[in-house]
Design a protein around this ligand. Structure first.
Ligand code: ADP
Length: 472
């Protein structure tokens, strides 16, 4: 796999993408929020200015009507003109010439015309640049009764909505930028912290090889990453068990092959050491052949198990009669039974159809019957095979009159290379002693058919193996 480095790795990281998304959402929220504040605040600025102008105009009106005695508080920068009913200037402030008054009145008229839809408002206001100064002014005009007729008071105060708005915009912008910067930094830090266990897992996975599968992450906690790491640990444990079993298997297989190889070597060396008689050569060759048969059998079984382990054992399941298979196995092994002076008998063999692979089922049956023949004993020396149907399961039973199997061995019987009595298993002269693989092959075949194998044994009375399959 191509490894990403430095910046490329950072840009591809979940950490970066997470923070990027998070920041994008934050920018959107901040932008909407700021736009809302800006719009509302800009409206309020204008409203405030008008409100103050109106209050002052009301005070001026009160003053003109004589209901107010104190001075009207006008600022030095305020512009003010009071026009009598005939257009005469009765009072003014901040106005330099007649032209200025005329231009102001014109503006007031335009504003009043613009306000025609809202005639109820007694004060009409507008914003304009004031002559000579580059300052913005907010103006208002109000009808004022002078000597029983209508005059007008026009008042203007410096007002720069653009400046206020600009300041607000800058504040909002700076605030937003700062928030985004903090969010980015904090987000990266948090994401980095959250992703640290992932790095630990990656590092561990990189360093673990098949020789140190006993390493574990052992991460504490209850979050998703702890769960991931625990799952990883469990997987390692399973792998370790599988590897160890495999290693053991190879070691056992080599060990099993060593004995016959040594015997062959010894026998041939002894036969070749000096001139022997014909019967002596015959005996040596007999031993060599017997060991060779044992090895051939072992290699065959090992190959079968290896194929099963690697999933290469292809099953071709077809409907078939279990009794047919039992009978075939019995017929095949009849000569062996005869040689070993064992009565091989069959009981009820009704037709019981199951779905299975003929070749493998025959191998399973043969292994069980062969074991019966090999290990039977007592005065009867009998192996009995029968099949049957119970509810929806088909069963086959192989019983013998052998010495039985001590209960403590029963759970281990299907393990590879497991033999109850190693000496007895190899010591027989007629049939080859077992290699301890027969029952593990049986077990595998039964499992592959979703069946179940059970063993019952009474010491000094005999052993019964029972296999059950789902009837088709
Ligand atoms: P083997 O090739 O040694 O027979 P198996 O896997 O077939 O290997 O059997 C494992 C061991 O179980 C045998 O070595 C034997 O000790 C015991 N065993 C199997 N079948 C019987 C039986 N019918 N009666 C007594 N012992 C048995």
């Amino acid at each position: 796999m191509k490894r990403l480095t430095g910046l490329t790795m950072f840009f591809h990281s979940i950490r970066f993408r997470l923070v990027l998304w998070f920041t994008a959402i934050l920018v959107l929220v901040l932008f909407t929020f700021s736009a809302f504040i800006y719009y509302n605040q800009a409206r309020d600025f204008r409203g405030d200015a008008q409100y103050h102008l109106e209050r002052k105009l009301e005070a001026i009106q009160a003053k003109v009507l004589g209901s107010m005695t104190g001075p009207v508080l006008l600022q030095e920068s305020d512009i003010f003109v009071l026009l009598g009913p005939d257009g005469k200037v009765l009072a003014s402030q901040g106005i330099a010439s007649q032209e200025e008054i005329i231009s102001l009145v014109k503006q007031a008229q335009t504003a009043q015309q613009r306000n025609i839809e809202n005639p109820s408002e007694s004060v009409v206001s507008w914003v304009q640049d004031w002559n000579g100064t580059s300052k913005h002014y907010s103006f208002a005009i109000k009808a004022v009764p002078v000597e029983g007729k209508i005059g007008f008071a026009i008042l203007g105060s410096p007002f720069d909505p653009y400046d206020l708005n600009r300041r607000l915009l800058v504040t909002l912008l700076l605030g937003s930028l700062l928030t985004i910067a903090i969010a980015l930094g904090g987000g990266l830090w948090l994401a980095d912290r959250a992703m640290r266990p992932v790095h630990a897992i990656t590092q561990a996975a990189r360093t673990i090889s098949e020789t140190d599968l006993n390493r574990r992450l052992n991460m504490k906690g209850k979050d998703e990453l702890a769960e991931l790491s625990n799952t990883f640990d469990e997987m390692l444990a399973r792998l370790q068990t599988a590897f160890e079993r495999q290693r053991q298997f190879v070691a056992d297989a080599s060990h099993e092959l060593r004995t016959p190889l040594t015997i062959v070597n010894l026998e041939s060396s002894r036969a070749l050491a000096s001139k022997r008689t014909a019967p002596e050569y015959q005996r040596a060759l007999g031993v060599i052949r017997s060991e060779n048969e044992f090895m051939a059998h072992l290699v065959n079984d090992l190959l079968t198990l290896a194929r099963m382990d690697s999933g290469q054992a292809a099953m071709e399941k077809t409907p078939l009669d279990l009794s047919d298979i039992a009978l075939e196995a019995v017929e095949r092994l009849a000569p062996l039974a005869e040689r070993r002076n064992v009565r091989l008998e069959t009981g009820d063999l009704p037709e019981v159809t199951i779905l299975g692979d003929r070749r493998y089922l025959l191998q399973m049956m043969s292994n069980l019957v062969e074991n019966g023949i090999k290990y039977t004993g007592g005065t009867e020396r009998r192996v009995y095979v029968e099949t049957g149907l119970q509810a929806d399961s088909a069963w086959v039973r192989v019983s013998d009159t052998g010495p039985g199997i001590p209960p403590e061995h029963l759970p281990l019987l299907f393990e590879r290379f497991y033999r109850v009595d190693k000496a007895r298993a190899r010591g027989d002269d007629d049939a080859q002693g077992g290699n301890g693989l027969g029952l593990s092959i049986v077990n595998w075949i039964v499992q592959a058919h979703n069946g179940e194998v059970r063993v019952e044994s009474t010491p000094e009375a005999g052993t019964t193996f029972e296999v059950r399959f789902k009837a088709a």
